[in-house]
Design a protein around this ligand. Structure first.
Ligand code: GDP
Ligand code: MN
Length: 345
């Protein structure tokens, strides 16, 4: 395996705040981010919130990955926002290129077709590399080999609540391998044959699945549900199994990461469907989170309407919302959107 040639390791330069008690970091875990140099501002936005909600008290290390080298501006600025150890690495070329089985003219056609149909990132080749990297390669990166768990974060996300325990320890103690805060439906035009291929994999490899049913609609098709993978706290062990890797290879041979634009989120979810038991998956209901127009707030009644009578018994989280955050919540999350989410439940 090709070793990533560019690796920079630093100690974060954020001055230590004496009022913060650094808690013992118990788990072998890493904060994982794939990001572009151009997303510095959005990345800082996330780090301020992520550090404030959780990591300033634990100082788990960060690993930043990129398909091109990080520039000085990116590195020097990121270091100002944490006092953790931070590594910056390059994705090996072999994990970010068009594999030999891909037919160039079919790919071009498909990019055009999806663009014409108005599919998000329909004609983006880099988006396909990103999804394929997060499906089949991230866990092989040299900078991540020493770790047992990762927490994936992205530019431009909110963490609303104080997280006053270590979710990694929770995962470990409770034998959880995968977790989520938001589950939504995939765009059907990007995953036409993913379900069919997943079932085919399951039958040809004699998989005894405990929860693939969860992803089936009444007529036997994929119900499009998936765990939204821009937030993930998970065990690398889940991906580093023969089973997961053979499932990924099977999917990759179809070429449909490129032709159809399969996302890493439905791939992770259906892999969980094939290989995990429900008890190995955790919904972090107590983590307040936003990315794009979707968010999860532990205290939000509309999202818990069927259980709203039970709400009083749920301890209210200590919200870290300041005024500018408040605007984000009330203003830019339009009502029609939350209505449509509610309708689905
Ligand atoms: P979305 O959440 O599906 O809209 O996709 P994003 O554009 O947010 O991409 C998911 C993650 O991968 C984000 O952390 C991006 O910064 C990162 N990402 C996406 N495309 C690229 C790319 O071409 N290069 C790098 N280095 N990171 C990328
Ligand atoms: Mn994103």
């Amino acid at each position: 395996e090709e070793i990533a040639p560019f690796v920079w390791r630093f100690k974060g330069q954020k001055p230590t705040n004496d009022t913060i008690t650094i808690l013992p970091r118990k788990e072998s875990a890493v904060i994982l981010i794939l990001v572009r140099n151009s997303e510095l501002k959005e990345m800082i936005y996330t780090m301020e919130r992520f550090e404030r909600s959780f990591n300033s008290r634990y100082n788990y290390p960060y690993v930043f990955l990129n398909d091109v080298p990080f520039n000085f501006k990116f590195i020097s600025n990121i270091l100002k926002y944490t006092s953790s150890n931070v590594s910056f690495g390059l994705v090996p070329k072999a994990h970010w290129s068009i594999p030999p089985n891909i037919n160039d003219s079919i790919l071009k056609q498909s990019l055009q077709q999806l663009k014409m149909n108005g599919v998000a990132y329909g004609d983006s080749q880099s988006y396909r590399h990103m999804c394929r990297f997060y499906s089949g390669f991230f866990y092989k990166h040299p900078l991540l080999q020493q770790f047992e768990y990762y927490w994936r974060i992205e530019p431009d996300v909110d963490y609303f609540c104080e997280i006053n325990y270590d979710p990694f320890s929770f995962m470990k103690k409770n034998n959880k391998l995968y977790s989520f805060v938001i589950s939504i439906k995939e765009l059907p035009t990007t995953i036409y044959s993913l379900w069919k291929n997943t079932l085919l994999y399951g039958t040809t490899h004699n998989v005894t699945s405990y929860m693939l049913d969860f992803f089936a609609s009444k007529n036997g098709n994929y119900n499009l549900c998936h765990f939204w993978s821009n937030f993930e706290i998970a065990s690398f062990g889940f991906y580093r199994t023969k089973e997961y890797q053979s499932y990924f290879d099977f999917l990759d041979k179809t070429g449909n990461f490129f032709y159809e634009r399969w996302g890493d989120a439905p791939v992770h979810s259906l892999a969980a469907g094939l290989f995990l038991k429900p008890s190995q998956i955790h919904f972090f209901n107590d983590i307040g989170y936003r990315h794009d127009d979707f968010y999860h707030c532990p205290n939000q009644k509309p999202f818990l309407s069927s259980q709203s009578d039970k709400l009083d018994s749920i301890p209210s989280e200590k919200l870290l919302v300041n005024e500018s955050d408040e605007e984000i919540i009330t203003e830019s999350r339009d009502k029609s959107h939350s209505d449509s989410i509610r309708d689905e439940y």
